[in-house]
Design a protein. Structure first.
Length: 428
């Protein structure tokens, strides 16, 4: 969901606390040039996820929502959490492929793999592990059971065993259920499966020099991905694969293709009118939203739907990358790119905030009118972003520092050498 892919840009002029916040807390990154427009795409992804999951809670708790919107056509088009996760997958494919293109080593070389997996482990895992352990401790010592949920009372019954499954990113593969402590963690498990496979994909692409060979590879993988997305099988032997990379591979793949096609694509559309380049971004997102899943479509209809979603997301990518696009300018706006840049932290905390807010509000006003539910949802979105930004600043951002673990070890050694006494500079 999140990748350390770019280097910090110089902060802009501060016009008050609100204006200076994005520049002060922009992501710390390891290499390359900062691309705020990519964080802008992440903004759309996290917004889709929050909207979809907040509507799920409204449908579970409030009768006014259940009788007016739940199950209707409007709600079908607003259930955007799956599209948001799919966009996250595409962005991951794009970022990782971009990093592989910049690397001087072969994607299967020890030098590349050491840096590649080291960045994943040291940058991405700590915030997730801290969240899991904190949630486990809260439930273990308070006995709290989330109300109105469908994912908590599932296998394994042992909360400790569920924690272990989540820590090794194998909960769904082993038990075929969403993680009990953090249900959206299924998508992080899919991401890890892709991380393991990605270097081989980059190596294969690099081996195919002719453009026709690469185009054939792209088409073959795309076709196989469509088949796997439609082929609803839940297990391969004893391994559960209903929510695995097999089903979502194509979203990562279109991100990879966009990374390798970026320069040529941007050069082609650079001569287009600004309005046209902007339109393909907004219309691409709208087109993807307008194609919700429908199990009654059959293989042909579902294949066309998936290809339409892929096309819509690729258009959004193209417009976000084009220098003369107002869509790109929107994505690069300071607060939009900041929220997108903090999307990992927001993703990690959003469901807990939405769940607690919805259950508390239901207890206070069980017969709340639909307009009141809508106002409460908007307020909950603000709270989700605020809590997510706090987690981002206080937790996630600390692990963005290069070699942070070495700094921690150095401080511990210095502390031990002083016999546990505080550093003189820290004394009052």
């Amino acid at each position: 969901m999140r990748e350390a892919d770019e280097a910090p840009a110089p902060p802009g002029r501060a016009n008050g606390w609100l204006a200076s916040f994005p520049a002060r807390f922009q992501r710390k990154i390891s290499q390359g040039a900062y691309r705020p427009e990519i964080d802008g795409l992440r903004f759309f992804a996290i917004a889709f996820v929050i909207l979809g999951h907040s509507l799920e809670r409204a449908a579970r708790f409030f009768p006014s929502y259940q009788t007016t919107l739940a199950g209707g056509a409007v709600e079908t088009y607003l259930q955007l959490a799956p599209l948001g996760v799919s966009l996250f997958f595409a962005i991951s494919g794009f970022i990782l492929a971009s990093q592989a293109m910049k690397a001087n080593a072969s994607p299967l070389s020890s030098a590349f793999l050491k840096t590649y997996f080291g960045r994943r482990v040291m940058r991405i895992e700590p915030p997730y592990i801290l969240l899991l352990i904190a949630t486990w401790l809260l439930i273990r010592f308070t006995g709290y059971v989330p109300e109105g949920t469908h994912k908590f009372d599932v296998e394994p019954q042992s909360l400790d065993l569920s924690l272990v499954g989540s820590l090794i990113y194998a909960h769904d593969l082993v038990w075929g259920t969403f993680p009990r402590l953090f249900p959206p963690g299924w998508s992080l498990e899919v991401e890890v499966q892709f991380y393991i496979l990605a270097p081989l994909l980059f190596w294969l692409w690099a081996r195919l020099k002719p453009a026709r060979a690469r185009a054939a590879m792209a088409a073959i993988f795309l076709g196989v991905g469509v088949i796997l997305s439609y082929w609803h099988f839940d297990t391969l032997g004893s391994v559960h694969v209903g929510y695995s990379l097999l089903r979502y591979f194509n979203f990562f793949w279109i991100g990879i293709v966009m990374a390798y096609a970026k320069d040529g694509l941007v050069a082609r559309i650079a001569a287009w009118p600004r309005a046209a380049v902007t339109a393909i971004g907004w219309l691409g997102l709208a087109f993807a939203i307008a194609l919700p899943g429908d199990e009654t479509l059959g293989f042909g209809g579902e294949a066309l739907r998936l290809l339409g979603v892929y096309l819509g997301l690729m258009c959004a990518f193209a417009s976000a990358l084009a220098p003369n696009s107002s869509f790109r300018a929107f994505c690069a706006r300071p607060w939009i790119s900041l929220i997108g840049g903090a999307c990992y932290s927001i993703y990690l905390v959003h469901l807990q905030v939405l769940q607690v807010a919805a259950s508390l509000l239901f207890k206070l006003a069980p017969q709340l009118l639909l307009i009141g539910v809508a106002a409460a949802l908007v307020l909950s979105w603000v709270v989700v972003v605020a809590v997510g930004l706090i987690y981002y600043v206080q937790i996630e951002r600390r692990f963005m520092t290069r070699n942070w673990h070495l700094l921690v070890l150095t401080n511990l050694r210095q502390w031990a050498a002083r016999g546990g006494a505080p550093h003189p500079a820290a004394e009052p």
